[in-house]
Design a protein around this ligand. Sequence first.
Ligand code: NI
Length: 203
Amino acid sequence: MSIRRTSRRVLLAGGVAVAAVGVAAWYELRQSGGGEAPDPFEPSIGGPFTLVDGAGHAVTDRDLLGKYALVYFGYTSCPDVCPTTLNQVAAALEALGPAGARVTPVFISVDPARDTPAVVAAYVTAFSPRLLGLTGTPAQIAAVAKEYRVYYARHPTGTGPLDYSVDHTSLLYLMGPDGRFIAPLRADQDAAGMAADLRAHIG
Ligand code: NI
């Protein structure tokens, strides 16, 4: 019994080690910028999605092609992290000037129950008229969050059905004009830091 348990633990540890080496190798390959060969270590972040914009129109991943996209997941009732991040994103893109115009900032709600298209539209407009706010059905949100490896979970703050906050991954995802994931960008930095990160990737 204990032997079996031990070997299972060893197997688990081995798996984690292999995964860690894979991620490290991927970052190194990315840093070295070694050509266009398919990268066996590339974690597949992003993918096809269908969501809804502020006007209630369907938006898919294909609608983002042709420009860079800077994707952030959050929710409009977020007390601090989301509004701070979106403010910095808007300022960073403005600071980049014409280069910033090549990037579509995208906000995807992880709170479909409260974030209707109208709520999301009003919210994103307050940060930047360029910010594309998207929401969807719970199933659509779950699907896109899974593709981006985004964690989100409700935490009750009261007794009502809408009394809750949402814990969520706070990371910016830079996607290329071809729709492929380029790099994660830290969300907890100021506009100058974000602008520098963006400049390093989009030139
Ligand atoms: Ni938030």
